[in-house]
Each structure stands twice: as C-alpha cells, then as structure tokens.
Design a protein around this ligand. Structure first.
Ligand code: SAM
Length: 511
C-alpha cells in the first residue's frame, strides 16, 4: 500500500513517519510513503501558493492550480486499476475512527491532501477529493499532523507491518471495547502488585478477567462505546437461539466487526436484526421468531422493508451485498433493487480443538513425501487463481483478498495445486483445486489449515455452501462440520451505475 501526502511541509511528515514502526515498514517495502511538495507546482515566480479569499475575511487560501497539479503528478504515475482514495484532512470531515482506518487499509493508494492557512479553494476539492476526514473537533494550523495520524493508524493494519499479527486484533475499539489494563515486570512496583490471575498461567481465566476489565473500563471511560457494546451483546444473545443459522452474524459480533443498523422487536413474533460488517459493508438481516414465525403478510413485509431501507447510504462500495436469513424477505429486497445471487447452507465447525494435520501438509515451506506445503498466495499467483476460480469472476476481488493476506495456496512440487481463502465479510471459501491435483487431499489440507488458523485466533470457522454443491458438502461432512437447517440468501445491487466498472466489493462467495 502506498501513501502520497500532498503538503507544503514535506520534511515535517517525512521526518515523523520515517521513524519507528512506519519507518521500518517503509524500509522493508511493506508500505511506501512519499511527500509531494505543493509549492513545487506553483506557477508564481516567487513560489506563492496562496491568495486572498473572495468576499473578504481574515487569512489566505491555498489556490486550486498548484494543488491540482500536485495531485495530477501523483495520479499520472498510478495504474488506472489501483484502488485509490483521495482524502482531504479537514475539521469539516467525518471523524476518523478505527473502523475507518480498517476500511482505508483496503486501498492500494491513499492520497492525503493537507491544507494550510484558511484551507483550500473549494473548486479543486470538488474535482479530486473522495473523502473528507477530520481527526477531531479542534482546529490545527495545518493538515500535516492529521495526515500523519491517518497514515500511522492505517499503515499498522496493512498485513505484516506489525510483527505480531494479533496485536492489531485485540486492541481498543475492537468489539466496541477499550483494552484491558496491562502489566509488565516487576511483579511488584511502588507496593502495587500485578493481579494474581495474570500470573496463574490459566489462559481461560486470564481471558475472562481481561474481558471483564475491558467492559468495566469502557463503561467508566466511554459510556457511548459501552452502549453500543451492550446493544450488540443483547443481539448476540437473541441470535444464539439459532446458533448455526446465525453463525455469520454471531461471529461478526464476536470479531468486533458488527455495526447494528436496526433492531425491531415484534412481540410474540420475535425480533428482527440488521447488522453491517464494518469492514466489507456487507449487510446481514434476520427475523428470529418466537412462537409464531414471520410470514409474508403485508405487516411483516412492511416491517422488513422499513428496516432494510436503513441500509441506504451506509455502504461505501459500488456493490451493495445483503445476506437474508429468511426466504420470505427475498421479494422485499428485490423490490428495493436487489437481485438474488445464490442460496447457501451455513456450515460451521463447532469444535474448539484444532484438527490434526499429520500427513496432510507442512507450513514451514518444507514438503512431506508426496505432500503438500501451504503458504499465503502472493500477487504472482493472481492470474492463475483467477483463471481457475469458479464463482467470483472479478479479478479485483481476488486481488484484494491476496493483498489482505487472506488467500492460502497448497503447493505440490512447487506448483500451485489449489487455494482457499477468507471472504471479505469473514466466511471461509474461495476453495479451488486444480483438475490435475484432484483426489490428492488438497482440499482437505487447505480446509484443515484455514480452520486451524481460525481456531488459533479464537474464531469459529464457518462458510457458506451454495445449495447443490455436493462436492463441497461431502468435504464439509468429512471435516466434521455442522449444517444449519435453514438457508441463507445472498443478494446484491449496484449502488451507483456510474461506478459500474469498479466492483471491488464482495459479490457472494461459497465454499
Ligand atoms: N478554515 C478552516 C475551517 O474552519 O474549517 C480551518 C483551516 S485550518 C487552520 C488549516 C488546515 O489544517 C485545514 O485546511 C486542514 O487541512 C487542517 N486541519 C485543521 N484542523 C484539522 C482537523 N481537526 N482534522 C483534520 N485536518 C485539520
């Protein structure tokens, strides 16, 4: 991922970002950071880039032309296929959050425009800016510090920038909770002892203590976050009534990615819940019945329509994707412009123990006799993977998954024999075995590998099997996976026809 900072003070941003973790990531070519001096594009013989504002008022304004030319110098270098965002840092923007950092980490190229003086001529902003972002409700003298904050927060989410992958997963804001208190040596300092449980070596008790402390700290320090945490916990309790059928939504909450878009209680007819995945912006709707089920009555349809309408404007990607958990509401979504893409079975691996890998594969790059080695796919495998994958016909989607480190390849004699991955909304899928390597347990090895990675990270592996895909169904049975009785329905619609060509969002998966 590359950051391009358009600024009047390039040395300020480069000095700051070339140190510590971001500096190391640049040196290791995991990210690229360049500062472009807007002043270099001034056409004024004295190098001026600002002028008085029309209509009077204090202060100077940065002019459109040098800003535009500085932007063009970056845009011209980039491939037209790169996923590019142009952010103007401004106190008038959307407040920057951890989930926004996660979303921005999906881009290939991030251009950050720093204002100075009174800001920048509106006309150039209209032409080049895709996002307006503020780092807080206060006014800085310039955008450099804001740009550095954003680069730092986004860069550390780029795969492998942080050495310990997990440290980006369990931090503050994950699941609407602040992080628990932490301690290091010595055991006693200034008469204060490290809590006993942390020295116990019992990981289960340690995790439970940390969770309790995180909840307590969030309630005390951030009541606004705590309220969201509570709302989602209540939804999770309801979803647990039909656990297998709702594992996608439950895991979204467990993994700290769920945003509650709507909840409607229907008395004896149950509860309706609409979640959005904060990362992929995929929506998930269900109506969990009590004694009576939701039906196709006008009242039920009207309620579903009202809640589904809340999706409007929330998805930032060109394709809006919706997963419905009851067939009854497919026509309602169709009336809202969604088309049904597929019907799936939810398959969940419910056990907590890792699967044995003996004889299946090695992960250290070594190969067993006639065996399989598994490692993440890199861009060099993109074309080969796209050429054989049967469901997603969008190379951009596959490219995004590889860039995220979410695709794993099985290799035999150095050749890619198959691959599997994690969809952008968190389900496992994208499984394909090349014809010449079939019947050699490649799929089993891949699935075992991916399941075990999930279990190691405390997540429940689940996937969606397209109804009728018997080969996949059989494999899942062998793996000991449980199936939900009810189906899940994947629908999608293009958000904006003018964006027809940019289809980077998830368009439905399937194991
Ligand atoms: N006149 C502008 C206004 O009232 O919105 C403020 C201009 S400020 C003095 C100069 C520059 O600092 C802005 O153009 C912006 O790039 C940056 N800036 C200031 N405060 C910021 C904040 N809270 N978040 C992001 N950028 C900020």
């Amino acid at each position: 991922m590359n950051f391009h900072i358009l600024t009047l003070f390039p040395e300020m941003v480069m000095q700051g970002l070339n140190t510590s973790i971001t500096g190391r990531a640049v040196q290791q070519n995991k990210i690229g950071i360049e500062a472009v001096n807007i002043r270099d594009f001034s056409r004024d013989k004295h190098g001026r880039v600002d002028d008085y504002t029309y209509g009077g008022g204090a202060g100077m304004l940065m002019q459109a032309q040098p800003v535009y030319d500085a932007y063009q110098s970056v845009a011209e270098k980039l491939s037209s296929e790169a996923r590019m965002r142009v952010i103007y840092v401004t106190p008038q923007g959307t407040p920057f959050t951890q989930s926004m950092a996660q979303e921005l980490a999906e881009s290939d190229e991030l251009v950050l425009l720093c204002g100075h003086y009174e800001g920048i001529d509106e006309r150039v902003l209209e032409e080049i800016v895709t996002d307006y972002v503020s780092i807080g409700d206060y006014v800085l003298t310039g955008g450099e510090l804001a740009a550095m904050v954003i680069v730092d927060a986004v860069a550390r989410l780029v795969p492998s920038v942080l050495h310990n992958e997990e440290s980006a997963q369990t931090e503050s804001f994950h699941g609407n909770l602040l992080e628990y208190p932490q301690y290091s040596r010595p055991v006693e300092w200034h008469g204060k002892k490290v809590p006993e449980v942390l020295l116990s070596g019992n990981q289960k008790n340690i995790d439970a203590w940390r969770n309790r402390e995180a909840v307590k700290r969030t309630r005390e320090r951030r009541p606004d976050l705590y309220e969201r945490y509570q709302e989602l916990s209540a939804c999770k309790e309801i979803l647990m009534q039909k656990k297998l059928h709702h594992m996608d939504m439950i895991e979204l909450i467990n993994r700290g990615r769920a945003i509650l878009v709507g909840r409607q209680d229907h008395g004896e007819k149950g509860t309706e819940i609409l979640l959005m995945d904060g990362e992929s912006h995929v929506f998930f709707h269900t109506w969990i019945g009590n004694d009576r089920k939701a039906d196709e009555s006008a009242a039920d349809r009207q309620s579903a329509e009202t809640i589904l309408r809340r999706m409007d404007g929330l998805c930032k990607y060109p394709v809006e994707v919706l997963s419905l958990h009851q067939r009854e509401f497919v026509p309602v979504a169709e009336e809202l412009g969604y088309g049904l893409d597929m019907e799936c079975l939810q398959a969940v691996y419910t056990r907590r123990e890792k699967l044995p890998i003996t004889g299946l594969y090695r992960t250290d790059g070594g190969v067993l006799e006639n065996g399989i080695s598994i490692r993440p796919l890199t861009m060099e495998h993109l074309d080969a993977a796209c050429a054989v994958y049967h469901t997603v016909d969008d190379p951009e989607y596959m490219r995004g998954r590889i860039a995220k480190g979410a695709m794993y390849g099985a290799f035999i004699d150095g050749q890619m024999a198959g691959f599997m991955g994690v969809h952008d909304e968190g389900s496992i899928g994208l499984l394909e075995v090349l014809p010449e390597y079939r019947r050699r347990h490649v799929a089993m090895a891949l699935e075992t590998y991916v399941f075990n990675r999930f279990i190691e990270q405390g997540m429940i592996p689940y996937g969606q099997i397209v109804v009728g895909n018997e080969a996949s169904g059989k494999l899942q049975e062998k793996m000991g996976v449980c199936f939900a009785k009810e189906h899940v329905f994947w629908l999608s619609k293009l958000r904006d026809w003018s964006l027809e060509e940019a289809t980077s969002a998830h368009v439905g998966g399937g194991l």
